[in-house]
Ligand binder design. Structure first.
Ligand SMILES: [Zn+2]
Length: 122
C-alpha cells in the first residue's frame, strides 16, 4: 500500500474546518462584521460574501491584526477547499498535526516559519 505524503484524513479536515469557521466567526464579531440583523440563521451566500469583503476592507484600518488573521483563516479555508490543507507552502512538507491543532491556519511548517517571517503566532 502506497501512501501520499499527506496523511491528514477527511474527518480531521472537517475538525479543522469547523475550528477555522468558528475562529472566523469570533474574529468577525470582534471586528464588528456582523451579519444583517434578522438574518442570523441564514447561510451566507455569495453576494453576502462580496459585501463582507467590502466590510472587511473597511475594518482593515480599525483592527489590522485581527484582519490579518481573518485573511489567514480564509486562506486556510481555501486550501481546504483546494485539497492541499496541512501542507507547508514553502517546502511542501506536511505540517505536523500538533502545530495545526494550535494554529489551524498555519501556512508553513515550523522550520519554514522560522526562516521566513513571523506570522501570527503568539
Ligand atoms: Zn516548510
Amino acid at each position: 500500500m502506497s501512501q501520499l505524503t499527506v496523511s491528514i484524513t477527511s474527518s480531521q479536515i472537517e475538525v479543522y474546518r469547523a475550528l477555522l469557521l468558528d475562529k472566523k466567526r469570533f474574529l468577525r464579531a470582534g471586528l464588528g462584521l456582523k451579519r444583517d440583523s434578522g438574518n442570523e440563521n441564514q447561510r451566507i451566500n455569495e453576494e453576502d460574501q462580496a459585501q463582507s469583503s467590502h466590510d472587511e476592507f473597511l475594518a482593515l484600518s480599525l483592527n489590522n491584526l485581527d484582519y490579518t488573521q481573518l485573511r489567514l483563516i480564509d486562506a486556510a479555508l481555501d486550501r481546504i477547499a483546494a485539497g492541499d490543507f496541512g501542507v507547508c507552502l514553502d517546502c511542501d512538507e506536511e505540517i505536523p498535526e500538533r502545530r495545526l491543532k494550535a494554529i489551524a491556519w498555519a501556512k508553513y511548517c515550523v522550520k519554514c516559519q522560522d526562516k521566513s517571517y513571523v506570522e501570527d503566532e503568539e
